[in-house]
Design a protein around this ligand. Structure first.
Ligand code: ATP
Ligand code: ATP
Ligand code: MG
Ligand code: MG
Lengths: 259, 259
């Protein structure tokens, strides 16, 4: 079954980081060994898991450029069973620094494969991507078995899905033949709003069973959690946001088993 | 007074495009001649102004790479007094294609300066930036007199402001000495939520008068407008979202006059 997932969408602010953190936490809670790789120079996934700004090197930047080993770049998070490879601001420079390197799209994939430890230590690896389709995101798509696409239930976000599916197809053809879209998750859904309902209807009509049955509601506790350095699953387990991510994780496990 | 503004923030989904479209529309409504340059490969500003996908070339991509003249790359929008330079998907390739070019950070600035028409035809030029601090955004920062920063009233968005102000300082020192941050606009404010109130208090304490007095409320009519290819100012003039952008435009004009 698929083991490495890129959480990607070039549209900004659609819930990539929130989905990466909470899906990782929920999977760890079921006893899986999970690694979350933060590939976004903003470092929001590192913040959301409580990794201090002063403890982010070596991290993804060093690992991608071959400056640090896998073991040195990974740390335990506050969540049992969940490790994190944090992102520091230096990662912003990677987009340009990778250009002149050999196998520039394969750096992450080669580094993950080189380390015998990586193949067995974690049952699932999630990669949180920045809001772009540049070389850093390309590295995630080349490393991954599958792409999970968080999609905000709004018109502008819907517009960008075509460009993403085209990019996945291009990567599949030329760089990573096993890559496919494992699923689309509707986020920030507000069922009272006709806009959310319309977008949901459009997406389900267009993408069918690719769209998870579980949707994530807009819920302020989700937006509050990162300021405490905690996933919402830990910050407020009983809230609607946390409950939806628990349901999402069980659907994720079921879909992966049946794939 | 400042004439060219980059609407920038590397955090995704904070309201850059929405602010660029509606501020441009409101300024045009006061009789100014405005140009909106869409520098985001997603082309959301072009969509929000109703430019069909089939009418986006030549646009920003061709202009940036010197493949088309200024006049050919600009079109009238549906809004009187507002012209637009649209973005097509090809722009996604610009991040890599610019790398090997001479004066790669200055391409947009040089092209704007080269055309005598540009200096007089528009009283204000707004540049909608993608959610990153790569070469395309750098081109906007080198061309601009000032940066307007839309800031979502949420914790993760607040985190990224430091990286943006550092980048602006770096560009000011090495590439564009006139660049400065003209203001920070709080977007998607929900006054009922303590999170929004806390972020607003933090931002005003930290940035003082740099923060616009006008804030933009979260308002579903704003999210509906792009599906009609219209700015919310035209789609639903009386709604709270549209009214806040009218107030924002008058504060923008006042601040620019008094600067
Ligand atoms: N379901 C939700 N309800 C309410 N707020 C949410 C929800 N999901 C995410 N948020 C908040 O919305 C903002 C954007 O979410 P997030 O940062 O996860 O998106 P992203 O796609 O990772 O953004 P970027 O493109 O910048 O990487 C954050 O402030 C987050 O806390
Ligand atoms: N004040 C608001 N109230 C409600 N929805 C809003 C508001 N401002 C923007 N939106 C919606 O939120 C989403 C994000 O806004 P927008 O696309 O303008 O942000 P952006 O910063 O340009 O995103 P990106 O980083 O992808 O370029 C859009 O669907 C938009 O319609
Ligand atoms: Mg993110
Ligand atoms: Mg935008």
């Amino acid at each position: 079954p698929d083991r490495i997932f890129a959480i990607a969408n070039q549209k900004g602010g659609v819930g990539k980081t929130t989905t990466a953190i909470n899906l990782a936490t929920a999977l760890a809670a079921t006893g899986e060994k999970v690694l979350l790789i933060d590939l976004d120079p903003q470092g929001n996934a590192s913040t959301g898991l409580g990794v201090p700004r002063t403890d982010r090197s070596p991290g993804t930047y060093e690992f991608l450029l071959g400056l640090a080993s896998f073991t040195d770049s990974v740390r335990a998070s506050r969540i049992p069973g969940l490790d994190v490879m944090p992102a520091s601001v230096e990662l912003a420079g990677a987009e340009i620094e990778l250009i002149d390197l050999d196998r520039r799209e394969h750096r992450l994939a080669d580094a993950l494969r080189k380390d015998p430890d990586a193949a067995t230590r974690w049952t699932t690896i999630l990669i949180d991507c920045p809001p772009s389709l540049g070389l850093v995101t390309l590295n995630a798509l080349v490393s991954a078995d599958a792409v999970l696409v968080p999609l905000q239930a709004e018109f502008l976000a819907l517009e960008g899905v075509g460009a993403l599916t085209k990019t996945v197809e291009r990567v599949k053809k030329s760089l990573n033949p096993r890559l496919h879209i494992s699923g689309i998750v509707l986020t920030m859904m507000d069922r009272r709003m006709t806009l959310s309902q319309q977008v949901e209807a459009d997406v389900r009509q267009h993408f069918g069973t690719l769209v998870f049955g579980t949707t994530v509601p807009r819920n302020v506790r989700i937006a509050e959690a990162p300021s405490h350095g905690l996933p919402v699953l830990v910050y407020d387990h009983a809230c609607a946001g946390a409950q939806s991510y628990i349901l999402l994780a069980s659907e994720f496990i079921r879909r992966r088993r049946d794939a």
